[in-house]
Design a protein around this ligand. Sequence first.
Ligand code: IMP
Length: 188
Amino acid sequence: MNQLPAAPVPASRMKVLITREQIARRVAEMGREITRDFEGQAVLLVGVLKGATIFLADLARCIELDATFDFFSVSSYADRAQPSGEVRLTKDVDTSLEDRNVILVEDILDTGLTMNYLKNVVMTHQPRSFKVAALLDKPARRIQPIEADYLGFTIPNEFVVGYGLDYAEHYRNLPDICVLPAKAYSTG
Ligand code: IMP
C-alpha cells in the first residue's frame, strides 16, 4: 500500500465556496427534476468513483422513483491538480445498461474529457436514454463540448475539495465545498 502525503492545508483554513445548506437545497431540486422527467419509469444511477459517491448518495434519496446504482472508475488526476488529458477505465459497470434510463452521476465537469469518454462507453451499450447529472461545472477549462442535463452549480476556475472531491485523496469528507489555495498544489 502506498503511503499518502499529509493534507497540505488544514480544512479550517480553507475558504468555503458552497455551504452544506446550499448543496442540500440544490441536490433536492435536482432530485425533483429527475423524478418529474422520469415519472413512472426506473432509472439507473451510474456514479463515477470516488468523487461522486457522496453526491450520488444524497441525490438518490431525493429521487422518488425506482432507482438502482452502479459505478465506473476511471484513472484520474492522481495527486496533481492538472489533467493528464488521458482517461482510462479502471472499473466497468456490473449491470447491463441496455434499454435502461442511465444517469451518469459525476462530481465535477472540468475539461469534459472524463464525461465524454464515459458517454461513449455508455452509448455502446444502447441505453434507452442517457443523461448527465453533475454537481459542479467549471466551464472555463472545457476541452470537450459536453454539458450536464442536471447541474448543481457553475463555479469559477479554482480547485475545489469536499463533499466527495479530493486533493490527493484528502478532504472528501468535508461537508462544504472549499477552495484549495493554489500554493498547496502549484509546483513553481
Ligand atoms: P474532467 O475530465 O477534466 O472533466 O475531470 C473530471 C474529474 O477531474 C472529476 O471527476 C474530478 O475527479 C477531477 N477534478 C476536476 N476538477 C477538480 C477540482 O476542482 N477538484 C477536485 N477534483 C477535480
